[in-house]
Design a protein around this ligand. Structure first.
Ligand code: FNR
Length: 362
């Protein structure tokens, strides 16, 4: 039987009630990395709203791995308690709580989007960023200071991801996602645009993918065998006019990640350089990349980007383009996207009993 948007998904021992995941979306609402009531209400509402998986925003594995001083973090044991409250509520609403573990690399130390996403200097509360090579993001103004990672520094990054995953497990998350997309640290190692190293972490495909493979292995080692691990990648740099990361390398990487015990690749794109040229950003503009990876490997994939309607999300899953429809901005507009989708697709929509008097009778 064909899977549809409302077909449950089994990932190891984790049962997901449908094929809808809330895409990770930074809220820039933390101080010193701590989750707040905002995160409880924001993520909790999407669980009430029926999403199968509720993915946290990019959660920094180290203080310098934050995009902004207001990012969520998980570099300290003290971060765990509030996150536990969130995962407990999300789970009680029937959603699977997931966390995106992240390091922003050279795109760190910026102000929040609503403050202009401007580089923040160390004397103003920012910090020295780290990257594979000594090449800052081409800001119009001055970039925050940047340090090329030494081999020891790289080992430190792997240790930070491992320790963050251990804390995430303590906090009650069921799925760990490694963020290797959007021009942040792990993507910066993958792409020849940002990785100019001549050691074992730069040059060949094997070398550029080494850090992601090491991070994935470290996370997989501490993440229990019965729980899933995802990796989010940018399938292309959208820079076809120069040597860059592309879909062919992404297919090869997905096969390697499969061997490392990754359960699903979350297929996004772009973010490595402001020169990127995206041919269109219409509905489902990145879905073809997910489809290629699904066709050419044994890996499950999630598709993201411009999926806004129940019919479209259902089409992506029903036609075998992806195993999971990942919905970002539409979930900001409508926390009840998944329940509304079920209604539209004439499936059972399990509104919480507290809200049932408002639900139209079918
Ligand atoms: C994002 N996106 C994003 N991606 C990611 O991997 N980690 C993150 O923390 C964030 N943060 C974030 C914040 C906000 C406010 C937006 C709108 C987006 C990208 C997001 O997950 C998604 O990939 C894109 O928004 C495209 O999907 P939609 O929105 O078209 O469904």
């Amino acid at each position: 039987m064909t899977d549809t948007l409302v077909t449950p998904l089994s990932l190891r021992d984790t049962e997901v009630r449908n094929r809808i995941m809330v895409s990770p979306m930074c809220q820039y609402s933390s101080t010193d990395g701590f989750a707040e009531d905002w995160h409880l209400v924001h993520l909790g509402s999407r669980a009430v709203g029926g999403a199968g998986i509720v993915m946290s925003e990019a959660t920094a594995v180290s203080p310098e791995g934050r995009i902004s001083p207001n990012d969520l973090g998980i570099w300290s044991d003290d971060h765990v308690e509030k996150l536990q409250q969130i995962t407990s509520f999300v789970s009680s609403m029937g959603s699977v709580p997931a966390i995106q573990l992240a390091h922003a690399g050279r795109k760190a130390s910026k102000s929040r989007p609503w403050e202009g996403s401007e580089p923040v200097a160390p004397e103003d509360g920012g910090w020295t960023t780290v990257a594979p090579s000594d090449v800052p993001w081409p800001y119009e103004g001055e970039a925050p200071p940047l340090r090329k990672l030494s081999t020891d520094g790289i080992e430190g990054v792997v240790d930070d991801f491992r320790a963050a995953a251990e804390r995430a497990l303590d906090a009650g998350f069921e799925i760990a996602e490694v963020h290797a997309a959007h021009g942040y640290l792990l993507h910066e190692f993958l792409s020849p645009i940002t990785n100019h190293r001549d050691d074992e972490y730069g040059g060949s495909f094997e070398n550029r993918t080494r850090l992601l493979r090491e991070v994935t292995q470290a996370v997989r080692e501490v993440w229990p065998d019965d729980k899933p691990v995802f990796v989010r990648i940018s399938a292309t740099d959208w820079l076809d006019d120069r040597e860059s990361w592309d879909i062919e390398q992404s297919v090869r990487l997905a096969a390697d990640l499969d061997d490392l015990g990754v359960d699903l690749v979350d297929v996004s794109a772009g973010g490595i350089h402001p020169d990127q040229r995206i041919p269109n950003t219409g509905p489902g503009y990145q879905v073809p990349f997910a489809e290629v990876i699904r066709e050419e490997t044994d890996m499950m994939v999630g598709a993201v980007g411009g999926i806004r309607t129940a019919r479209h999300a259902d089409e992506v899953v029903s036609n075998g383009r992806a195993d999971l429809a990942i919905v970002g901005r539409e979930h900001l507009r409508d926390p009840y996207f998944a329940l509304h989708a079920a209604e539209e697709l004439d499936a059972d929509a399990e509104w919480p009993p507290q809200y049932q008097r408002a639900v139209p009778r079918r």
